[in-house]
Design a protein around this ligand. Structure first.
Ligand code: AMP
Ligand code: GLY
Length: 430
């Protein structure tokens, strides 16, 4: 079948790499794609194309012209914008939820209310539509307290306030427009203590298949310090989510979510990416994302042994129950992000990148996250997160050593990476 992949990051390069391995994949198109994805497409029919993703009719017309049988949406913005609904109305199968179901990521308040209705363990909360209501609600919380902009804020709309003053300032910032429309409503939450872990499950709206677990490093600096980023590295599996805890999370969180969404007349299909806090009272939901994590997807794809096209197509067509469940290798996989100097505040663009083949000779895979090619065919940095050096191994330590040996080969003078990806788990295994 012909496939159109939406997105341009390392997550999409990893998806393209795996989609192209499937015997079911005929033409592969990516909008807009990136140089790594272009390499995956290679001599196969298809290519990287510029489409205006907010022009749903134009995307549907492209699909008709190229006989696209499946659209795989990587990032959240087109899903929250309803691209999947528009394409489905045009008769095209889509991996990813429609606009109503994508509210699980698009509105934190929506998700909290769904948890309340379905009895899903999560932090206590209050939704506030005005600054006055939010200030008044603060008195009901102890410190620290978590203040969140309701809408999409590129991972930046969360403040963990240690003092009442910080909490009040966060509320005023959000209602003052610091996160644009995302802060028109605010959610105030009880602070949860524990270790965070990510759990991924596929669903077609009724059947559910466990995909796998991962942990990422969100802070830019060594030892998990400094500003938040999209993620500086990740590994899978996350042994801290034991089989028992994983089973609890599937029964107490994922399954009731899929049922609650179907009961509400907005069945969720695609991948459910649950951010969990492992508290003393068991796993609690921190947040949902309606897409694969970036860079968590890169390590999941590294471990995936099943046919990705078969799985995503089954979700899109409501046929997950009849499809073999995802098989992930027992190996560990790790990915280390190389970011452009100045990331996340002001990343430098244009730095040249060389020697990827030498890195891959170590058995690693280098996914392109933010690269572009100059007119002379030179690879340069385009975004904040530029490359994802990804490797697997019998143990996390082996995977880590392989990834860092590969990373050392890459010449990217304008780049930096963390040297301690996986530290928490490696310390436990030492
Ligand atoms: P979110 O965008 O909801 O994932 O929040 C970003 C980060 O803030 C999470 O990854 C957690 O580290 C932290 N966080 C969010 N909500 C809570 C909470 N209720 N308790 C403790 N930490 C939280
Ligand atoms: N790495 C976290 C995310 O994709 O949201």
């Amino acid at each position: 079948m012909n496939i159109l992949l939406i997105g341009s990051g390392g997550r999409e390069h990893a998806l393209a790499w795996k989609l192209a391995q499937s015997p079911r994949c005929a033409q592969l198109w990516a909008a807009p794609g990136n140089p790594g994805i272009a390499e995956v497409i290679g001599a196969r029919e298809g290519g990287c194309v510029e489409l205006t993703l907010t022009d749903h009719a134009a995307v549907a017309a492209f699909c008709a012209e190229h006989a696209i049988a499946l659209v795989v949406v990587g990032p959240e913005a087109p899903l929250v914008d309803g691209l999947a609904d528009s394409l489905r109305s045009a008769g095209i199968a889509v991996f990813g939820p429609g606009k109503a179901a994508a509210q699980l990521e698009g509105s934190k308040g929506f998700t909290k209310d769904m948890c309340t209705r379905a009895g899903i363990p999560t932090a206590g909360y209050v939704r506030a539509k005005t600054a006055a209501d939010a200030h008044a609600a603060l008195t009901g919380f102890s410190l620290p307290v978590v203040i969140k902009a309701d809408g999409l804020a590129a991972g930046k709309g969360v403040v963990i306030a240690q003092t009442a003053e910080e909490a009040a300032a966060a509320i005023d910032d959000m209602f003052g427009g610091a996160f644009g429309g995302a802060g028109a409503e605010v959610v105030i939450e009880e602070f949860l203590e524990g270790e965070e872990v990510s759990l991924f499950a596929l669903t077609d709206g009724s059947a559910i298949a466990l995909f796998g677990s991962a942990q990422d490093h969100k802070r830019v600096g060594e030892g998990d310090t400094g500003p938040n980023t999209g993620g500086m590295g990740a590994y899978s599996p996350a042994p801290v989510l034991t089989a028992e805890l994983e089973a609890r999370a599937m029964t107490e969180i994922i399954a009731p979510t899929v049922k609650a969404m179907a009961d509400a007349g907005m069945p969720y299909s695609g991948v459910l990416f649950a951010g969990l806090m492992l508290t003393a009272n068991g796993p609690k939901l921190i947040e949902y994302n309606c897409r694969f994590g970036d860079p968590e997807c890169q390590v999941l794809m590294m471990r995936l042994e099943s046919d990705l096209v078969a799985l995503l197509d089954a979700c899109a067509r409501g046929e997950l129950a009849g499809t073999p469940t995802p098989a992930l290798s027992a190996e560990s996989a790790i990915t280390v992000v190389m970011a452009a100097r100045g990331y996340p505040a002001a990343p430098a663009s244009g730095g040249t990148i060389e020697n990827i083949p030498a890195a891959e000779a170590h058995g690693a895979k280098v996914f392109h996250a933010g690269t572009s090619e100059t007119a002379e065919g030179k690879l340069v940095a385009r975004g904040g997160r530029v490359l994802n050096v990804t490797a697997s191994g019998a143990t996390l330590r082996q995977a880590r050593d392989r990834a860092y040996a590969a990373l050392a080969e890459i010449r990217f003078g304008d780049g930096f990476s963390r040297s301690d990806i996986g530290w928490r788990e490696l310390a436990r295994q030492a």
